[in-house]
Design a protein around this ligand. Structure first.
Ligand SMILES: [Zn+2]
Length: 364
């Protein structure tokens, strides 16, 4: 099969996002399936609208996936819907699930209508995508594992509908109804404590990456879509911004579906390479355990990280952990990166420089 996956750069400063397009063909390039996974910011959305006609030679997009409603993923998709001819949108519609979660989240003092409004107002960029799709008559399907979507070569490995609802009850738009001030104070403190000032030595055999706490990642992030594309023998897994919980969900679902792990050709590490989203245990399950030092790489790990995102995006501990587990690690960091099968027409682009194994990593 022919395929190529493009990660467009998102963010000039330290804020990252995802803007991904791909196309694939099972008939030698006679017909293509074209998809977009997240649109990043307004600016990267505009870039996608130029990139697709220019490199894929088409204004038609077979499917758009909005992995989760955060601005850095959903914002640029409005532009894609405005400018390209989209056939299908895959996105969760949190505001449509109020009936299912209402009894779990309130004591009755808040009405269903007001919860629905909170979910809409809390996710304006995703809601705008829904509004545009509805206005244009584009079908919207909620991407749950086991839900039918009809897109060739794509398996939604996470979330199941049940797992999604278990995340939704903890969305900020819901919990801020009841959250006490003390907890918001600690959350603010935790967010502030992300700048790195110290570095520590790390070696191949002395892994500094640790399994993050269960609540290290927001429920919005854990609810995100994990997509698996199977191109003949090759498998590409894209993990949006999910954390350990969302990755475990993907691993369990993959096993239930009879999908082998540890043999991917392409992997998008979650959340722009943050160390809050992965730990040694989950990476061992997903990618296999540590290879002997000096082993050649077996697959590409492509991280969507902003130009000035380091050391948070990507974390050097995460980069090292991926290299230990057989990855050739590439990061966008300000320029578009293209991963392609053999047989794809050349673009005259330079071969991307992989990230090295770092001898020093961020200290906590
Ligand atoms: Zn993100």
């Amino acid at each position: 099969m022919l395929y190529e996956i493009d990660f467009l750069p998102v963010g000039d400063n330290e804020k990252s996002g995802d803007a991904i397009s791909l196309r694939y063909s099972s008939d030698g390039g006679a017909t293509w399936t074209i998809g977009v996974i997240d649109g990043g910011t307004q600016q990267s959305g505009e870039a996608l609208c130029e990139h697709i006609p220019h490199y894929y030679g088409s204004d038609s997009v077979d499917f758009v996936i909005c992995t989760h409603p955060d601005q850095d993923h959903a914002s640029g998709l409005s532009c894609v819907l405005d400018n390209l001819d989209v056939s299908q949108v895959l996105m969760h519609r949190p505001w449509d699930h109020v009936d299912e979660i209402y009894h779990l989240v309130t004591d009755g003092r808040v009405s269903k209508d007001s919860l629905r409004r909170r979910l809409i107002e809390g996710h304006p960029y995703a809601y705008a995508v829904e509004e545009k799709a509805v206005a244009q008559g584009i079908p919207i399907i909620e991407p749950f594992t086991y839900a039918y979507h009809g897109i060739p070569n794509l398996t939604i490995v996470a979330p199941t509908r049940d797992y999604y609802l278990s995340c939704l009850v903890n969305f900020r738009s819901i919990t801020e109804v009841t959250e006490d001030e003390q907890r918001s104070f600690f959350n603010a403190l935790r967010r502030a404590a992300t700048t790195v000032s110290n570095w520590i030595a790390e070696t191949w055999d002395d892994e500094k990456l640790v399994d993050p706490a269960e609540d290290a990642v927001s429920s919005e992030n854990n609810s995100g879509v994990v997509s698996l594309f199977t191109f003949g023998e090759k498998k590409a897994l894209l993990a949006a911004d999910v954390g350990v919980s969302g990755l475990r969900e993907a691993i369990n679902n993959a096993q239930a579906l009879g999908i082998a792990l540890n043999d991917f050709s392409f992997f998008q590490p979650p959340h722009h390479g943050s160390k809050r989203n992965v730990g040694p245990a989950v990476l061992d399950s997903l990618l296999g355990t540590k290879r002997p030092q000096g082993s050649s790489s077996e697959y590409t790990a492509l991280i969507s990280a902003s130009k000035e995102g380091e050391p948070k995006h990507p974390s050097k501990r995460v980069v090292n952990a991926l290299i230990r587990r057989g990855a050739l690690v590439i990061a966008t960091q300000g320029s578009a990166k293209n991963h392609f099968s053999s047989g794809m027409p050349g673009r005259g682009w330079q071969i991307a420089k992989p990230l090295p194994f770092y001898d020093n990593v961020e200290d906590d």
